[in-house]
Write a protein that binds this ligand. Structure first.
Ligand code: FAD
Ligand code: TPP
Ligand code: MG
Length: 571
C-alpha cells in the first residue's frame, strides 16, 4: 500500500483504536488534516490548543485509553505546553501530534518554527522529531505503547511538513514494542511481599493510603478485598478519589492539606501506613519531619523513582498494583482492629458536628452546599470534573464516589482552565453519562472559549460555576497568611448568563439554596448543554475551605472548620 505520511498518521491512529482526536489546524499540519475525512475518526475542533491537550487528558482519565491532540507548529505547539505539563504531573496518557516546518528549514527560524521537542523534553515521558517517513509507523506505535504502559504519561510526536507529504509502501507494525532500557514492572519481589505481610499482620493502627494509581490500574476491587480482610481503614488522595467506595465503613476520605481532620489524625497516629499508587505529594504530607512519626511504612509503586523520594519507607514494593495486591492478599491475615476503628470514629463525630452541610440554613449559599446538592441530586452517579481553587476542594470534600470512576481534576500542576476542556474530553469518553464540571469564576475565564466547542458538538455537559467574584483560594491565603491585604484577587465579572446565552447554551442563576436545588433539577432534565451560575458567599468562614494545614505545619496542626453555634467540639 502506497501511503503519504499524512495518511499513515490516520491509519496508525485507527490501528491504535483511536475514535476521537482533539485539535486545531494550521499551516504546518494542513497536509495531515487533508485526508482526515477518509478515516473513521472524529475530529473535535477546540477553540484553543490548550483545550485540545486538556480534552485529550480528560478523555484519557475517564476512558482509560490514550487521548490524542493534534495541532500545528509554532504557536499551536506552544499552546499545548500547559496541557502537556498537566498530564505529565498526573500521569495521564496522551499523545500529541504537532506539525513542524520542513526538515530542510529546521533551525533556520522559519515561519512558525519552534523547537517543541526541546521545550517539552522535561514534561513528556518521551518525544520524537520524525525526520524520515520510514520511521513514522513505528514511532506512532511506540508512542502509544509508551504513553499507556508502566506509569502513564504524555508523548509528543513532531512531524515536519515534508514527512507528512512523503510516500512509502506502508504496512502497519503489529509487533510488540521492544525498547532497550524501558521495561514496565509487573509482579513484585516475593521477599518484599513477605516483609509487607509481616508488618500488616502485626499492625494495630494501620491505614491504607490510596492514590491515583489505584484508579488508573482499576485496582479498587482488589484494594477493597485487602481492606476488608485485614479491616484497615482507607484514606484517599485527591486523585485517589474513586479508588475506594466512600460510603464503606472503612472509608475515611481525603487526606492532606484540605483533608478532613479525622483522616489526618488517623494518619498521624497510625503505626503502619500502606501507600498504594500515591506519591506523597507535599499537599499530602504536610511538614515531612513530623509526618506520621510513629508508623512503619510500606510503599507500593511501579515507578522506582518514587520510592524513598519524599518519605523513607521500611518496605518498598516495586510493582504493578493489581499484581501486587494479588500477591499480598493470600498472605495477609484476617483481622479486626476494634479499638483503632473506635478511636477514628471519635474523631469523625467531631468532624461531622462542624460540617457546613449539617448546619441549619441561614439563607446563605456556599460552594460546599452547591456540591452537596449536586451529589444528592444524582446520588453520586455522575462523573465530576473540576477546575482549580476552592471549588475544587469542595468538590473533593462534598461529592462522594461509591463507583470506581476518577475525579477528573488537575492535582499536581493545579492548572486553572483545566476543567471545561477536560470535561469535553470526559463527555466524549462517556457520551451517555451525566458529567458535571465545577468551575470557579477565575478559572472558567481562562478557557471559557471552549463553550464554542460544547455548542458545536452539542455536548450535554452540566456546568456549575461557583461565582465568588474572587480568585477565592488566593484570597483565602491572603486572609490567613498575608495580613488580610487583598491584592489582585477581586474579580469584576461579566454577566455570565449573557455570555453563555451567546453560545445558545441554556443557563440558570442561583443565589439561594432553594434556587440551587431547582436549577440543578432543571439542568439535569434539560436535553443539551446546561450552565448554572451559583452566586455564593464571597468571604468569611463560609467562603473559606476548611480544614487547612498551613504550609510548614504538621498534618495534625490544621486550621479547623469553625464549630457552628450550638454544636460543641468533641475535642
Ligand atoms: C488547590 C489544590 C489543593 C490540593 N490539596 C490536596 C489535598 O488536600 N489532599 C490531596 O491528597 N491532594 C491535594 N492536592 C493534589 C496534590 O497536589 C497531588 O496532585 C495529589 O495528592 C497526588 O495524588 P496521587 O499521589 O494519588 O497521584 P499521582 O500524582 O498521579 O501519583 C500516582 C502514583 O501512583 C503510581 N502508580 C501509577 N500507576 C500505578 C500502578 N499501576 N501500580 C502502582 N503504582 C502506580 C505512580 O507512579 C505515582 O507515584 C491539591 C491540589 C490542588 C491544586
Ligand atoms: C494557571 C494558573 N494560574 C494561577 C494559579 C494560582 N491559583 C490557584 S487557585 C487560584 C484562584 C482560583 O480562582 P477561581 O477560579 O475563581 O476559583 P475559587 O478559588 O474562587 O473557587 C489561583 C489564582 C493556578 N493554579 N493556575
Ligand atoms: Mg472564584
Amino acid at each position: 500500500m502506497r501511503r503519504t505520511g499524512a495518511q499513515i498518521v490516520w491509519e496508525m491512529l485507527e490501528h491504535e483504536g483511536v475514535e476521537v482526536v482533539f485539535g486545531f489546524p494550521g499551516g504546518a499540519i494542513m497536509h495531515t488534516y487533508h485526508p482526515r475525512q477518509d478515516y473513521n475518526i472524529h475530529h473535535v475542533l477546540v477553540r484553543h490548543e490548550q483545550g485540545a491537550a486538556h480534552a485529550a487528558d480528560g478523555y484519557a482519565r475517564v476512558s482509560g485509553k490514550v487521548g490524542v491532540a493534534i495541532v500545528t507548529s509554532g504557536p499551536g505547539a506552544t499552546n499545548l505546553v500547559t496541557g502537556i505539563a498537566t498530564a505529565a504531573m498526573d500521569s495521564s496518557p496522551i499523545v500529541c501530534i504537532t506539525g513542524q516546518v520542513g526538515t530542510s528549514l529546521i533551525g533556520s527560524d522559519a515561519f512558525q518554527e519552534t523547537d517543541i521537542t526541546g521545550i517539552t523534553l522535561p514534561i513528556t515521558k518521551h518525544n520524537y522529531l520524525v525526520t524520515d517517513i520510514e520511521d513514522l509507523p513505528g514511532i506512532i506505535h511506540e508512542a502509544f505503547y509508551i504513553a499507556r504502559s508502566g506509569r502513564p504519561g504524555p508523548v509528543l510526536i513532531d512531524l515536519p511538513k515534508d514527512v507528512q507529504q512523503a510516500e512509502i509502501d506502508f504496512t502497519p507494525p503489529f509487533d510488540e514494542v521492544q525498547l532497550p532500557g524501558y521495561r514496565p514492572v509487573g509482579k513484585a519481589a516475593e521477599e518484599s511481599i513477605q516483609r509487607a505481610a509481616e508488618l500488616i499482620n502485626a499492625a494495630e493502627r494501620p491505614v491504607i493510603l490510596a492514590g491515583h494509581g489505584v484508579v488508573m490500574s482499576n485496582a479498587s476491587v482488589k484494594l477493597l478485598a485487602l481492606a476488608e480482610k485485614a479491616q484497615i481503614p482507607v484514606a484517599l488522595t485527591l486523585l485517589g478519589k474513586g479508588g475506594f467506595p466512600e460510603s464503606h465503613p472503612l472509608a475515611l476520605g481525603m487526606m492532606g492539606m484540605h483533608g478532613e481532620a479525622f483522616v489526618n489524625m488517623a494518619i498521624q497516629e497510625a503505626d503502619l501506613l500502606i501507600a498504594t499508587g500515591m506519591r506523597f505529594d507535599d499537599r499530602v504530607t504536610g511538614r515531612l519531619e513530623r509526618y506520621s512519626p510513629n508508623s512503619r511504612k510500606i510503599h507500593i509503586d511501579l515507578d522506582a523513582a518514587e520510592i524513598n523520594k519524599i518519605v523513607q519507607v521500611d518496605v518498598p514494593i516495586l510493582g504493578n498494583l493489581p499484581d501486587v495486591l494479588d500477591q499480598l492478599l493470600p498472605v495477609v491475615d484476617s483481622k479486626v482492629h476494634e479499638p483503632w476503628l473506635r478511636q477514628i470514629d471519635t474523631w469523625l463525630t467531631d468532624t461531622h458536628s462542624r460540617d457546613v452541610v449539617n448546619r441549619p440554613t441561614n439563607g446563605h449559599l456556599t460552594g460546599a452546599q452547591v456540591v452537596h446538592e449536586i451529589w444528592k441530586a444524582n446520588e453520586g452517579n455522575a462523573i465530576m470534573v473540576t477546575d482549580v481553587g476552592q471549588h475544587q476542594m469542595w468538590a473533593a470534600q462534598y461529592y462522594r464516589y461509591d463507583q470506581p470512576v476518577p475525579l477528573v481534576t488537575s492535582g499536581g500542576l493545579g492548572t486553572m482552565g483545566f476543567g471545561l476542556p477536560a470535561a469535553i474530553g470526559a463527555q466524549f469518553a462517556e457520551p451517555e453519562k451525566e458529567i458535571w464540571v465545577v468551575m470557579g469564576d477565575g478559572g472558567f475565564q481562562m478557557t471559557a472559549q471552549e463553550l464554542g466547542t460544547i455548542m458545536q458538538e452539542k455536548l450535554p455537559l452540566r456546568m456549575a460555576l461557583i461565582n465568588n467574584n474572587h480568585l477565592g483560594m488566593v484570597r483565602q491565603w491572603q486572609e490567613f497568611f498575608y495580613d488580610q491585604r487583598y491584592e489582585s484577587t477581586y474579580l469584576m465579572n461579566p454577566d455570565f448568563m449573557q455570555l453563555v446565552r451567546a453560545y445558545g447554551i441554556r443557563s440558570w442563576r442561583a443565589t439561594t439554596q432553594e434556587e440551587s436545588h431547582q436549577a440543578i433539577a432543571e439542568a439535569r432534565e434539560h436535553d443539551g448543554p446546561a450552565f448554572i451560575e451559583f452566586q455564593v458567599v464571597q468571604k468569611g468562614d463560609e467562603g473559606n475551605v476548611f480544614p487547612m494545614v498551613p504550609t510548614g505545619a504538621a498534618l495534625h496542626e490544621m486550621i479547623r472548620r469553625p464549630t457552628p453555634e450550638g454544636a460543641e467540639s468533641k475535642e
